[in-house]
Design a protein around this ligand. Structure first.
Ligand SMILES: C[S@@+](CC[C@H](N)C(=O)[O-])C[C@H]1O[C@@H](n2cnc3c(N)ncnc32)[C@H](O)[C@@H]1O
Length: 227
């Protein structure tokens, strides 16, 4: 099997697939709420009531509907000045941000070699990790960028991570547990509260973009590592 380097992976038909669902809302039908069982806007509203402000970074945000819906929610409450919302995606298919929404911005870039200079109260990646090459490096960067009590939550199918020379599933579950990452295998959700400097004891080898569909039914990318 030929493993792809990051630069090549970004051009893979699996990654730029136009049939992906990029349009999830924050809550309601076809939403982040459906994935994670909480409303992002309510999480942020609680943060505001506790600490006076709140921030949310949505990685692989697609067209950014969840962020736009949330920006409108806080606009209606007259609280745009208390929230910072940011979305990052490889492809610029972002919905237009109406002029009155000042608390939101989008950035077009790959998460390859991404590091955040800023900390957030919530970092989400909804059905985005499935398409990344070095998934573990991105998870490390995310965890570093959490505020104290900040929440990271994402969909992850650990069958999309192969660690050669060991039982990948057992290795990952043990490492996640030791480092405060909660992995819900049935729901394929990974989460953690609070920042940390993780250092997965593995070396990234490359990605297979021809591994076929994962549990979502969509073609996905399997990331290969060695120990
Ligand atoms: C299935 S969509 C999910 C979009 C959005 N989170 C939603 O649920 O509506 C996956 C997104 O990951 C983005 N993506 C894939 N590889 C990426 C990369 N290396 N860096 C940043 N975004 C990436 C794709 O462009 C796509 O918009």
């Amino acid at each position: 099997m030929k493993l792809l380097a990051e630069e090549k992976l970004l051009w893979s038909p699996t990654v730029v697939n136009s049939r992906m669902n990029r349009e999830r809302n924050a809550s309601g039908i076809n939403s982040y709420e459906k994935e994670f069982k909480f409303k992002p806007e309510e999480f942020l509203a609680t943060k505001i009531s506790e600490s006076g402000k709140a921030s949310w970074l949505d990685l692989c945000c697609g067209v950014g509907n969840a962020l736009i819906q949330t920006a409108n929610y806080f606009d209606k409450r007259g609280q745009q000045n208390l929230v910072k919302l940011k979305g990052i995606d490889l492809i610029n298919t972002f919905s237009p941000i109406e002029k009155h929404l000042t608390c939101l911005d989008f950035k077009t870039r790959s998460l390859t070699d991404w590091e955040s200079g800023v900390a957030y109260d919530m970092i989400t990646c909804v059905h985005g990790l499935h398409y990344l090459g070095d998934k573990l490096k991105v998870i490390e960067a995310i965890i570093k960028a959490l505020n104290p009590d900040g929440l990271f939550i994402a969909n992850l199918d650990i069958s999309n991570i192969v660690i050669q020379g060991t039982n990948s599933r057992d290795f990952l579950k043990k490492y996640f547990k030791q480092n405060g990452l909660i992995y819900k295998a049935r729901l394929r959700i990974i989460k953690r509260i609070g920042p940390a400097n993780l250092n997965f004891p593995v070396r990234y080898l490359g990605a297979d973009d021809e591994c076929g569909p994962n549990y979502t039914g969509q073609d996905s990318v399997t990331s290969y590592y060695s120990i």
